[in-house]
Design a protein. Structure first.
Length: 292
C-alpha cells in the first residue's frame, strides 16, 4: 500500500472545556479495534475532587460503537490535565503507551517533586514505551510512532492510517504551536519535529490535543498537513527555524505556568496512577513551593 492510499481511520473527538484538551477515540471500522488518545481525568483544584465524567464519555463511545480497546496512548506527560488512562484500562482494557523518552521527564520532575526511591524513573509505570519509528497495527490499519520532541523531550506523534495524533506540537493553524519552556523543552527541536510531521502526505489528517479558540471561534482540532504548511501562524508559509526559535523564546518568556502543572505531572509521570493513600485512606498530591 502506498502512503497516499492509507486506509481511513475513524475518529471521534471529545473536547474538555475545563482544560481545553481534546481526547480522541480512533478505530478501524472493519475490525472495531480502537485506541484512545490523551484521555482526561476531571480534577477540581479548589476542592481536590476528581471525577470521571470526561472519561465516561469515552467509555460510552467505545461501548456504544462496539469497539475493542487495544491501546490507551499518551502523546506526552501532560501539564494541564490528569490522565484517565488507568481508569479506562480498568473499564475497557488496553495497554497504556507513551514515548520512550518519558524517562527524561520522570527524572526531571521526580527530583522537583522529591518522589523518592519508590518512584523509579525508568518508564516501568507504563505498559509500553514506544521507540521512534516503531510500528504496530490497529486492526487492519498500519500505525507508526514518530518522536516529535520540543514541547517536552518525550513527545511523540502517532500516525495511524491516514491520520496523525500530534499532541502538543502543532495546534490549529490560527493558534500555531506549543510552548517549549518546560524542563527538557526546546524550540529548535519543536521546529524540526513539526517539519517531520509536515513531511507526511499533504492530505494526512492531523488531530491536536488542545484548542484555545482564538477570536472566540468554536473549538476545533482537525487540520491537514497541507493546511498547516500553508497557514500555521508560527511555522506555515515557509517560516524559518531562526525566526521560529526567536518568536517561541520571546513568547514563552512571558507565559505563566499551566494552572494544573503540579497536580498533573506528578500523576501523569506515574502513567496516571494516583499516589497511594495514607493511613487514613486519603490520597494526597504534593505541591513543592518555589520549585518551578
Ligand atoms: Fe502538553
Amino acid at each position: 500500500m502506498t502512503e497516499t492510499d492509507a486506509p481511513a481511520l475513524a475518529v471521534q473527538s471529545f473536547f474538555d472545556g475545563a482544560t481545553n484538551t481534546v481526547s480522541h477515540v480512533a478505530y478501524d471500522e472493519t475490525t472495531r479495534r480502537a485506541a484512545i488518545i490523551d484521555p482526561v481525568l476531571d480534577y477540581d483544584p479548589a476542592s481536590g475532587r476528581i471525577a470521571t465524567g470526561s472519561a465516561d464519555a469515552l467509555v460510552d463511545a467505545v461501548e456504544g460503537g462496539n469497539l475493542a480497546v487495544e491501546w490507551i496512548l499518551e502523546t506526552h506527560a501532560h501539564a494541564d490535565h490528569l490522565s484517565a488512562a488507568p481508569y479506562l484500562r480498568e473499564r475497557l482494557g488496553g495497554r497504556i503507551g507513551i514515548g520512550r523518552h518519558i524517562t527524561a521527564v520522570q527524572d526531571a520532575f521526580g527530583q522537583i517533586l522529591a518522589l523518592g526511591s519508590d518512584f523509579v524513573p525508568d518508564g516501568r509505570q507504563f505498559d509500553h514505551l514506544f521507540d521512534d519509528g516503531e510500528t504496530f497495527k490497529l486492526g487492519d490499519i498500519n500505525a507508526s510512532v514518530m518522536a516529535t520532541p520540543g514541547h517536552t523531550p518525550a513527545c511523540v506523534t502517532y500516525v495511524i492510517g491516514d491520520a496523525a495524533f500530534v499532541g502538543d506540537t502543532l495546534f490549529q493553524p490560527d493558534f500555531g504551536t506549543a510552548r517549549c519552556d518546560f524542563p527538557g523543552g526546546d524550540p529548535r527541536d519543536l521546529y524540526r519535529s513539526i517539519h517531520r510531521i509536515l513531511s507526511l502526505p499533504p492530505e494526512t489528517r492531523l488531530f491536536t490535543c488542545h484548542d484555545y479558540m482564538p477570536g472566540g471561534r468554536e473549538p476545533a482540532w482537525e487540520s491537514t498537513v497541507a493546511e498547516q504548511a500553508a497557514k500555521n501562524i508560527h511555522v506555515g508559509n515557509g517560516a524559518s527555524e531562526e525566526d521560529f526559535v526567536a518568536m517561541r523564546t520571546k513568547r514563552d518568556a512571558v507565559l505563566s505556568m499551566p494552572r494544573l502543572i503540579l497536580p498533573s505531572i506528578q500523576v501523569n509521570i506515574r502513567a496516571g496512577d494516583l499516589p497511594e493513600p495514607e493511613d487514613n485512606g486519603v490520597r494526597y498530591l504534593k505541591i513543592p513551593l518555589n520549585a518551578l
